[in-house]
Design a protein around this ligand. Structure first.
Ligand SMILES: Cc1cc2nc3c(=O)[nH]c(=O)nc-3n(C[C@H](O)[C@H](O)[C@H](O)COP(=O)(O)O)c2cc1C
Length: 196
């Protein structure tokens, strides 16, 4: 990316180059056949239309993370930490497994600390009840990691937003909620940058 800066005159916001906010869309499941990539790509396509930040998919599966405490995979943990450190905010795309988040996501959260701190995040969850229970667990974890979780939380139903529980066909009504959530994540990500 080229290094450039554009000053927006009705605010002091800087857009472009190194000043652009970087938001990671974290895929919260890693199993073969998972649907999280479909949901993540949909969120990214909506986010990319906004022009307020650089959005990227961050796939936990790509990092081949060890289980917390296992030795011999320091390089993977280092790569994970560096990716998180490069981001200003997050959108967690999370399914509900046994009324909570996946073990893979919890492990990925546990494997870093300062890299999460003083950043903002939104949640997009899915499940039979929209993944609501997983999302509420995730909010508790984020509190401990000093991640500021925003209010607006799009919830996708396995029954009405997926065909055969596997092909993602989101109802239109979710689009405005995704944008509202991203408004909040972008605003808080920018504000928290001053704290770091
Ligand atoms: C181990 C396991 C536990 C699950 N538990 C729940 C649950 O408690 N509530 C729910 O709504 N869906 C539950 N489901 C269904 C998942 O939400 C659904 O399979 C979803 O597609 C999983 O996300 P993924 O495809 O990205 O892995 C569970 C699925 C798995 C594999």
């Amino acid at each position: 990316m080229s290094v450039y800066t554009v000053v927006v005159y009705d605010g002091l916001e800087l857009i472009g180059g190194y000043n652009m906010l970087k938001i990671g869309i974290i895929l919260g499941s890693t199993r073969p056949g998972r649907v999280s990539p479909q949901v993540g790509e949909w969120v990214k396509a909506l986010a990319d239309k906004r022009g307020d930040a650089t959005y990227e998919i961050v796939d936990i599966a790509d990092y081949k993370l060890p289980f917390f405490g296992e030795s011999g995979a320091e390089a993977q943990i280092q790569k994970w930490s560096e990716k998180l450190a490069s981001l200003d905010g997050f959108v967690f795309v999370t399914p509900e497994y046994n009324h909570s988040i996946t073990g893979a996501l919890k492990n990925a959260l546990d494997l870093a600390r300062e890299e999460w701190n003083n950043k903002a995040a939104g949640i997009v969850s899915y499940g039979s009840t929209g993944g609501a229970r997983a999302a509420e667990h995730l909010r508790g974890i984020m509190g401990e990691l000093l991640i500021a979780d925003v209010k607006t939380h799009p919830t996708l139903s396995l029954f009405t937003d997926f065909e055969n529980f596997s092909t993602f066909k989101p109802a239109d009504l979710h689009v405005s909620n995704i944008n509202l959530m991203l408004d909040q994540v972008a605003a808080w990500s920018g504000a928290l940058k001053t704290l770091r």
